[in-house]
Design a protein around this ligand. Sequence first.
Ligand code: NAD
Length: 482
Amino acid sequence: MNLAALRRIERVDPARPDVVVGSVAATTPDEAARMVDAADGARHRWAATALDERVGLLIAAADRVLAQQDVLGLLLSRELGKVRADAEGEIGFAHAFVGHCARTAPGALAERQLDVGRGRLAVTALPYGAVAAITPWNAPIILTTLKVAPALLAGNTVVVKPSPLVPLAVSSYLAELAAELPHGVLSVANGGAEVGRAVVRHPAVRRVAFTGGGVAARALQSDLADGLVPSVLELGGNDPAIVLDDADLSDEAIERLVLGSFLTTGQVCMAAKRLYVHHSRLDELVERYLAVAATALVLGDPQGPETTVGPLASPTQRNHVLALLDDARRRGAGVVELGTVAEPDLVAGGWFVRPSLVLGLDDAAPLVAEEQFGPVVPLLAFRDVDEVVRRANASPFGLAASVWSTDEERAFALGRRLECGTVFVNAHNRGGMHLRAPFGGVKQSGFGRELGDGAVADWVQTRVIHRPPAAPARQYPTQGEP
Ligand code: NAD
């Protein structure tokens, strides 16, 4: 028996499942625990390292990664089936985010002296210490960076546990980031849930940032309960896109709507997953949508230059989407295939699903009520705004939503009625993101935020150092003014 092979995680190409892309060494739970020991051992020195030096190390590492954008993007594209330009785009976004964190870190971490008259009061930033980042497979470089960059800049040491579905690109990426960092400051533990558990249950872990699904999140929360370890949870979504009666249905606007659902083959937490369209524009929208999708959605080889939709990341994911489509057909829904198929032979052999628009379902159908996480989107008609607000909000999820209207004030007013973490206007999905905007969900889409101007500040706790003026010890303070 080849014992070495047993301890490797192998990844095949989702477009060509008989081709092995590569493998990484699997971390055992004991090894993962030792990584946390090392992170704990490194935390004092790293926290005491001057911020300028931490920034310099991270920026230099991010620059080195950017110089390898094509190689790393290709690897990610091959192991995940992600369209190559999108995979490379992850690396560009990650680089930009490291820069954003570097710019905001001095303000976030600066000691503030409050003017309290006769006393002296300083608010200082205290890093958590050794922290864990648990990440999913669908946007792995970005979702890792959203945790690692601000955590490290804030003075924490990090153990990352990536998804076993994308170990190759994330491991290479983290190896480059860690190359010039002291031992223990940044480590990667490759494996499944048992390795993740070994990391987060370690008593030295002081905060966990998790992105993934609800089942794992619930297990994680019970593991963290013992040590009262705080966490940020970025979970799934079932985002409504609301097309009002005055929406712009030009080619350019419709392409944004279409790609808002189908980028990364629909495997995006903040994809538009339910399209609510005002009944007066329904026929026009369907016609325009099919026409634009015919050129915008090209299903094929993720490394092909024309391809915009690749395969799904795993057979499990593919079967889940196909089961939802079967259920929709049994309910009498119309399934309209979208776009074109560039390479029918390749598509027949890989984990592909033809992009589809699904008509005629009601809100209770699983394809509408659940997170489908694939290239299918249901289209639903509505008659008035109160009705659509009620239906959009009637979900256990609350990650993002979008409003499509030519009247910006109207769109923002409707946005204020939606129960979610982000409302895009005339956009949906990554095109609506901004480095300065905090991102995260409400309800079962999670809690806490990543991204945005507060990203670094979220990775420290305040520590107050206060010398009050001489006063009777039993007296309550009554003065807030300096
Ligand atoms: P998942 O929940 O199965 O796994 C996520 C990570 O958690 C993986 O690394 C996995 O190995 C690990 N894990 C599983 N059980 C664990 C446990 N008990 N303890 C510690 N770690 C554990 O999710 P997935 O299938 O990789 O990703 C898809 C999900 O992620 C979707 O629901 C999607 O919506 C969500 N997602 C959310 C966001 C967001 O920002 N809100 C972004 C991307 C993906």
